[in-house]
Design a protein around this ligand. Structure first.
Ligand code: C5P
Length: 224
């Protein structure tokens, strides 16, 4: 059967990854969380005190970073590994969230991640979520969806996700972080967050996850 690329881009915490995981499961495709890759690089930079303004240090650090995904046999979920270590929990902390957009503006970081993502999706049959999948990583993706939602809805979701991981973060702090990341992501020079011309807009403020999955699956079915 024909295999395609499904690109889900959009703002932070509007249900991209939950939708992407479910779509990948229904299709038997790999799910690639590109945000997790930028988060893993950020964790490395923070742990090694890399000076983001020094291109040589950034380039050297990138040469020492390997980000991979492995299936957790207990949860059956793909988890992210940084140089062989599972960092799935560390990369979701506010410590990383507060820095990830600053790291993601760096062109050398983007080049390295995009090349890796293109390799992962070379044989198609992938659902990828991120900010620049439909515009830069796979501009030829058969299905492109741009997801958004109002900031309160997104912050509430994010707060619940963090709470499930025993992290109590004030609502206002989350709103601030989401707005700051949206701003940096949308205004950076290199591959800013924007809706691809041929992407379908999906506002998830008032719809369920099942409805989001249905929306994407209808588009997928029309391409298979
Ligand atoms: O998807 P998530 O919210 O985990 O992404 C974290 C951050 O990684 C985003 O705010 C953005 O700065 C960066 N990112 C990116 N390009 C992608 C995916 C994520 O710049 N394709």
């Amino acid at each position: 059967m024909k295999k395609i690329v499904v690109a889900l881009d959009g703002h932070s915490s509007c249900g991209k990854s939950t939708t992407a995981k479910q779509v990948a499961k229904e299709l038997g495709y790999a799910y690639i969380d590109t945000g997790a890759m930028y988060r893993a690089v950020t964790l490395y930079f923070l742990e090694h005190y890399i000076d983001l303004t020094n291109p040589k240090k950034v380039q050297d650090a990138l040469a020492h970073i390997e980000v991979t995904f492995h299936r957790n046999p207990k949860t059956h979920r793909n988890e992210v590994f940084l140089n062989g270590l599972n960092v799935e929990d560390e990369i979701r902390t506010m410590y990383v969230s507060n820095m990830v957009s600053e790291v993601s503006v760096i062109p050398a970081v983007r080049r390295a991640m995009v090349a890796e993502q293109q390799k992962m999706g070379k044989r198609r049959g992938v659902v990828m979520d991120g900010r620049d999948i439909g515009t830069v990583v796979f501009p030829d993706a058969e299905v492109k969806v741009f997801m958004t939602a109002d900031v309160e809805t997104r912050a509430k979701r994010r707060q619940e996700e963090l709470f499930e991981k025993d992290q109590l973060v004030p609502f206002d702090e989350i709103v601030e972080n989401l707005q700051k990341r949206d701003h940096i992501d949308s205004t950076r020079e290199d591959s800013p967050l924007r809706q691809a011309e041929d992407a379908h807009l999906l506002d998830t403020s008032h719809i369920t996850i099942d409805e989001q999955v249905e929306f994407v699956m209808r588009l997928v079915d029309s391409k298979l």
